[in-house]
Design a binder for this molecule. Sequence first.
Ligand code: NDP
Ligand code: MG
Length: 380
Amino acid sequence: MKNVVILGATGSIGQSAVKVARDIPQQMRIVGLSAHRNLAKLGELAREFPEAALCVTSKEDPGTLDPCRKILRGEEGLVELATLPEADMVLIAIVGTGGLRPALAAIEAGKDLAIASKEILVMAGEIVMEAARRKGVKILPVDSEHNAIFQCLEGRDPAHVRRLLLTASGGPFRQSTPESLENVTPAQALKHPTWSMGNKITIDSATLFNKGLEMIEARWLFNVGIERIDVVVHPQSVVHSMVEFIDSSILAQLSRSDMCFPIQYAVTWPQRVPNSLPALDFAALSRLEFEAPRPGVFPALLLAREAGATGGTLPAVLNAANEVAVAAFLGGRLSFPGIWRTVEAVMAAHRTIATPALDAILEADLWARTRAAERIALSA
Ligand code: NDP
Ligand code: MG
């Protein structure tokens, strides 16, 4: 039995994690839940899990929640939740970088982490992984590609690995012309062909920044140079990712596209337990297709490779500029290609610090957000 805290319980990943807890109650008990603004959903969860500690991070009034329970507040509350004495594992499912400090606090308190929030690994992967090594805690990837690679790498000698192959659905504009991308609307970009997810990651999937962020995420999770991480477009999202070995043999992990699979594996690792999830029906699959990505049309892949190869503060800058640009696009203040043009411009203006401490990373993050906002305001 694992006692799990879910940071970002009201989101898409958070809700899938709750489904997993309902499905395997002998292996997973929820002991903490956080929400930002969706207090109605947190209220439902609070009733279903009466023993879980609660945290609200927004300024919203939690008055309607259980009056008998202490409600933790803000980032301090998240840190308290992430370090609860009864917790074995903390699932970080907060969109963006708001889970970074709680994640570091959980590691210091000796908790294992299941990480969905790729942004925190892009921003500070070296610091997170180093802290985990020092404390002897486990970092379990929840992102489906990384969970797949984690499964393919288990028990393997790192010297036998040639490259990691991240699969990408290609998003809704996989076959679009570069010209047509100029007029993409938020509603079009929010229609993901294979996954149902939160808004930010859905836009990232459409620009392919999601895959770019995942390349950097993989670089830290698996300690593999970014030059050995490649992307293959696979529109059906059945093969979740692959590992190629030095003898040119390739292992892949397959399942239906449901985040309950990787979440459950992160929670029960190193065990596997039966669940109610249906297995793949190969006879019903019409085909599995693979194709090369188009980095010329989706420059996010090139920008991420550059940021990953340069390292230092540059990945944090890419991530922060992207977050601001995605919010501006969703708010109707920036075109779709404006997202990568903003990121490219902010990266070009940044002076990278090579081996930054956390303060320098946070400073670079803030600088990039300001710079991106200024550029977007000017172009409006
Ligand atoms: P959602 O937008 O669905 O959920 C985000 C969660 O974070 C909600 O619980 C939300 O609270 C909370 N939140 C939002 N802003 C803040 C903040 N400033 N401080 C604290 N909490 C906040 O996102 P997803 O679940 O889709 O994604 C979560 C993370 O997981 C992302 O980093 C994403 O990249 C990653 N991921 C997601 C996948 C998916 O299938 N969805 C797949 C792989 C990775 P509230 O709703 O109460 O406001
Ligand atoms: Mg993914």
